[in-house]
Design a protein around this ligand. Structure first.
Ligand code: NDP
Length: 234
């Protein structure tokens, strides 16, 4: 059955791979984007997840085109890396507002339609560093750890209505976000990855698609690492 799927930040990187994975199995896929082009074959809605008005308008557009969102992937995210003593309130708040509060805004809005349908899948994209911590990323790690408590609370609240809420915690994935890291930093990370390579965006997308499938109907409140073993033990 073709479902209405919405992926935030689906115009590039991991979000785009997730959108393509759902589209490939015949789902009706919408993505949010802030600037640039909408990738071919996808329905794009302009939306900055830090704006409640944008989120409301975007959901209205998706619902008019594809019907109520049955699968939500909250993927939009940013980094503003710096050491704690140099981190401004703005650096901290911008990352929390996008990664954590932005996910809250879209999950809350999506859950309305899912509660009416009595089914739905919410997948939040966290990170291995949300569990392990990462020097220079106190804001980012806090936002990604926050998603775990958020997802587990939502899972408890709306599980009885046939809606699951899970977290995917990728490790190091080669995208624009990680392209800014120095070669030394990349090599240092790689040394700690048992599988000794970075993830492809498709490897993250496959797990998200599984969590939204019938095979994952009995999985909720879970944190699924897709990190080549980097976060083992956390
Ligand atoms: P990219 O930087 O390549 O893409 C980020 C996406 O988020 C873009 O589509 C961007 O839109 C969107 N976005 C950012 N801020 C907002 C906002 N305020 N409103 C709406 N959309 C926004 O990142 P990745 O693909 O690498 O990361 C995707 C997710 O995966 C993020 O949540 C990230 O934290 C997480 N992740 C990434 C890892 C990695 O190694 N790459 C590892 C672990 C987790 P626009 O194009 O308009 O800027």
């Amino acid at each position: 059955m073709s479902r209405s799927v919405l992926v935030t930040g689906g115009n590039r990187g991991i979000g785009l791979a997730i959108a393509k994975a759902f589209a490939a199995q015949g789902d009706k896929v919408a993505i949010t984007y802030r600037s640039g082009e909408v990738p071919e074959g996808l329905f794009g809605v302009k939306c900055d997840v830090t704006s409640a008005e944008d989120v409301e308008r975007a959901f209205g557009e998706v619902e008019a085109q594809h019907g109520p969102v049955e699968v939500l992937v909250a993927n939009a995210g940013i980094t503003r890396d710096t050491l704690l003593l140099r981190m401004s309130d703005e650096d901290f708040e911008a990352v929390l507002d996008t990664n954590l509060v932005g996910s809250f805004r879209v999950a809350k809005r999506a859950s309305k339609g899912m509660l009416r349908l009595k089914r739905g899948r919410i997948v939040l994209i966290s990170s291995v560093v949300g569990l392990s911590g990462s020097a220079g990323q106190a804001n980012y790690a806090a936002s990604k750890a926050g998603l775990v408590g958020f997802a587990r609370s939502v899972a408890r609240e709306i599980g009885s209505r046939g809606i699951t809420c899970n977290v995917v915690a990728p490790g190091f994935v080669e995208t624009d976000m990680t392209a800014v890291l120095t070669d030394d930093r990349k090599a240092e990370i790689l040394k700690q990855v048992p599988l000794n390579r970075y993830a492809s965006t498709e490897e993250i997308a496959g797990v998200v698609r599984f969590l939204a499938s019938d095979d994952a109907a009995y999985i909720t409140g879970a944190v699924i690492p897709v990190d080549g073993g980097l976060g083992m033990g956390h």
